[in-house]
Design a protein around this ligand. Sequence first.
Ligand SMILES: [Mg+2]
Length: 433
Amino acid sequence: MARIVGMDVLDVRFPTSRELDGSDAMNPDPDYSAAYVVLRTDDGPDGYGLAFTIGRGNEVQAAGIHALEHLVVGRSIPDTAAELAALSAALVGDSQLRWLGPEKGVAHMAIGAVVNAAWDLAARRAGRPLWSFLAEMSPEEIVGLVDFRYLTDALTETEALDILRAAEPGRAERAAHLRAAGYRAYSTSAGWLGYSDEKLVRLAKQAVADGFDMIKLKVGASIEDDVRRMRLAREAVGDEIRIAVDANQRWDVGPAVEWMRALAPYDPYWIEEPTSPDDVLGHRAVADAVRPIRVATGEHVANRVIFKQLLQAGAIDVLQLDAARVGGVNENVAILLLAAKFGVPVCPHAGGVGLCELVRHLSMFDYVAVSGTDEDRAIEWVDHLHEHFTDPAVVRGGRYLAPTEPGFSARIRDESLARYAFPDGPEWRNGLL
Ligand SMILES: [Mg+2]
């Protein structure tokens, strides 16, 4: 029987702060980083996963992944839905590590990296891109992936099965549509807070010329600056293009409402992360005050339980799951099912390093096998760092192309791993710190 015989964990950091790429109101100088995991096998391909961080502390994230080694190395390779569910349950259920969460933060993100690497491995061995590997599973297999503990007051196994069975007709047509036409993207590349007005206007116009019908601006540092930047962006793209804004948790409820009232004349499509990602009732208060502007959040939502509460409370209009924040594919399947139950569209968080590569698989799975629709849905697109991946995300005409290579697309090129290794890779050793 083929086994996982080793687990490598690498600290890889890209010096994105030098150009203020990725700068926002809470994160002025990010160095996009990956705590990167390789599951080594004794037969066939290896599996690849990552946790995304923004620089300092990436070594802590890597240590969190190392702490899971005893649960992974020596295990037979999980190939089936049931085996992948068992691996996820074993990682989430380690009682000593659970104390560090439970199911949140560094420890949980470490589980996500390993679970995603196991899914990458299984999909590679099946010769399928992850989205279609998942979307070809039966409703019973998919429900079996999910840990329903803490969910059943909002979503039962029976309801999840009903959702998946309702989406079974048309799976093949939707998969064919994805292969032909891809999945809608929106662009964040224009709107980083550290960019000049001139760069903002130029990149906003470029996004529309490239086929995007939605862009996003970072806000939250200065209300006067944000009103000016929003006005410039609206003038640059016209009335037909959606402009979302993202405060990256900068505000209390009061300032969030005040800010959005100031921006409202320029028709913002959603306000993302207006306040603390843990503050379910705060999101609800903002939503009540600013609708019809939508409230969106998710990239820092720790687990399926907080998503459940956000949905139960009617606190979000758009759910932004993240491939590398929660406990991996299994928990994201739960979150997609919750969103479908509550009829809230999922527009995943992406960008960073590797997040576009990963999350496109989850949206495409959702379209084929869960929600069965792409209405009011789009995946974030940030055009940075894709060249470091062996199966990079590709967007053409404002749409993500459907991945065709086997796996979950987290594999980083060997030469990039060597060059950006922290702190000893040449990119960091050569006096550029
Ligand atoms: Mg965001």
